[in-house]
Ligand binder design. Structure first.
Ligand SMILES: [Zn+2]
Length: 329
């Protein structure tokens, strides 16, 4: 069973929510704001379960009837709003699942909790419909809005909610989490946590993704061999890279982080800070071989390549030009 202790890196928010629970000052509307993967859903689930727990503690007990139902996803007083279309939550959906439903008293508890994931997908009419409920909520209602981007919410909704901003999680915390909870080997956990930039959900996905590991193995091979590859081999590598077009952002980011590591070492940076700590020797070797100018050009070119591919330039050709720059012709 999950509790607030399972959420990492959001201590301020948890402390705040615990305080609200123990002081009996739970509000009618909360907005958890932060990008995907920061743990909004898990936090909302645990908060909802705590509010309905029959033991009335600051964490769900996990044993009462209400907790048991919540854990199996069947607590009738926790309503997770669903939407049919992937990119929008319609006014009808908000009316059916929240505005009208909230008039019905809770089944077994003194509260009824609504969780609206992807709340930023509510169109203006849907947000306005919800606003009516927030203006005069029944005493038992708690509505939790989870949004990736608060800027997409009406200011009137924001002002009626307690807004809690999810933090990016520190790399070391993500690292420990991946190693402890998923038994992911150190170097892979390190790469994934650096790559996810504070986004725990993304780090977990990356660290456990076969696809990402495969991509990394291939990119790694090129990064290490590029200086000894001739033009024929480079053309072949570019051709092979065309198969990774769907992962182009990850592909380019992996390369970008590599050359940033090389540049950092060249500038006398601390090897402890390396993202590719496993490859320290190779990075040091490359730091000796490339000039500052060459490294800056490569980094710039990787960024340009990302933009050029977005504007539909031939992917294989773009990769070939980039590889040639990396080789240092
Ligand atoms: Zn309980």
């Amino acid at each position: 069973m999950s509790s607030f202790h399972d959420i990492i890196g959001q201590n301020d928010i948890i402390e705040y929510l615990n305080g609200a629970i123990s002081n009996g000052q739970v509000a009618h509307a909360y907005m958890f704001d932060g990008e995907k993967g920061t743990g909004k859903k898990m936090l909302a689930r645990i908060f909802a379960q705590t509010l309905l727990c029959e033991k009335h503690g600051t964490d769900p007990c996990g044993e009462c009837h209400s907790c048991k139902m919540a854990e199996s996803g069947n607590n009738p007083d926790i309503i997770t709003v669903i939407h049919e279309k992937p990119n929008v939550i319609s006014v009808q959906e908000i009316r059916d699942q929240v505005v009208n439903d909230v008039q019905i008293k809770p089944y077994g508890n003194d509260r009824k909790v609504y969780i609206i994931s992807d709340a930023h997908l509510m169109n203006v009419q849907a947000q306005n419909a919800l606003l009516k409920t927030l203006e005069e909520p029944p005493s038992y209602a708690v509505i939790i809005l989870l949004c990736d981007n608060k800027a997409m919410m009406l200011s009137t909704l924001i002002s009626r909610s307690i807004v809690l901003s999810m933090r990016a999680v520190k790399n070391e915390l993500i690292l420990d989490y991946l190693k402890d909870k998923y038994q992911i080997p150190e170097h892979k956990a390190y790469l994934a946590s650096a790559f996810a930039q504070g986004n725990l959900g993304k780090a977990v996905v990356l660290a456990s993704s076969e696809e990402f590991t495969e991509l990394w193995d291939k990119v790694h091979e090129i990064l290490i061999r590029i200086s000894e590859m001739d033009e024929v081999k480079i053309a072949a590598a570019a051709k092979e890279a065309a198969a990774w077009k769907d992962q182009k952002n990850d592909l380019l980011d992996l390369m970008l982080m590599w050359y940033r590591d090389v540049l950092m070492i060249k500038a006398g940076g601390d090897a402890e800070q390396l993202i590719y700590g496993e490859d320290q020797r190779e990075i040091e070797r490359q730091a000796d071989n490339y000039s500052y100018e060459a490294l800056n050009k490569i980094i710039l070119m990787i960024q340009q390549t990302a933009r050029r591919i977005d504007s539909n330039v031939n992917f294989e050709l773009a990769m070939e030009l980039l590889f040639l720059e990396m080789k240092g012709t």
